[in-house]
Design a protein around this ligand. Structure first.
Ligand code: SF4
Length: 201
């Protein structure tokens, strides 16, 4: 059975779904079978809320103060369980909530999910990935096509407008000048910017 809760780089992480509309060129899912303390990251079937709750309650969470929704999939693909779980964590653990997302949640859910997301998340980390629509599609290889870049930017703007703590990220598989362009995009939107080193560990 796959791990729903795991420790990674000293942090507490949740793996609530394996679904994702992207096939990012840097995705760790293609490089490693497991991650951090997890022994298995691929679910036989995506977990329901009761299984997520049970996994959390059985994990020794005593040394953490934050939980990150990330895992081997896009958390907003399981948006209902994401919201329920975040509320449960707030009420029962009082942890900060960070959601790592590809920013395509409104396309995935076919509606604007940013009001609920901003209500439950203390930090929203959105993968910017590239400075324009063509490069974005090359890097993310997502199912939504060329419109997806603007949709991701619109999603980010909506989160920033709601005063959420938003950061946009790139992985340094793109050119240095593209990273600089991405930093400017994040700044113009009003989000923080983080360039991450590509790693397979
Ligand atoms: S969005 Fe995340 S989980 Fe999905 S392919 Fe890209 S890196 Fe992997």
């Amino acid at each position: 059975m796959a791990d729903i809760v795991y420790e990674y780089m000293g942090g507490l992480y949740l793996n609530i779904t394996n679904d994702c509309p992207c096939k990012c060129v840097f995705c760790i899912r293609d490089k490693m079978e497991t991650l951090g303390s997890a022994s298995e990251m691929w679910h036989e079937a995506n977990p329901d809320f009761e299984s997520i709750k049970k996994a959390l309650n059985e994990f020794d969470t005593s040394k953490y103060s934050e939980v990150v929704f990330c895992g081997y999939g896009e958390p907003t693909c399981a948006f209902e369980n994401l919201v329920k779980t975040a509320k449960y964590i707030k009420e029962n653990y009082g942890f900060k909530i960070r959601v790592n997302t590809n920013g395509l949640g409104n396309l995935i859910n076919k509606r604007d999910i940013t009001p609920e997301l901003c209500e439950i998340a203390d930090v929203i980390s959105i993968s910017l990935n590239a400075p324009n629509a063509e490069r974005y599609l090359q890097v993310t290889r997502n199912d939504f096509g060329i419109e997806s870049f603007d949709a991701m930017l619109d999603f980010t703007k909506k989160c920033v407008e709601k005063n959420a703590n938003v950061r946009m990220t790139v992985v340094d598989v793109i050119k240095p000048e593209e990273i600089e362009e991405c930093a400017k995009i994040a700044q113009a939107i009003g989000a923080k910017f983080v360039s991450r080193e590509y790693t397979t560990e």
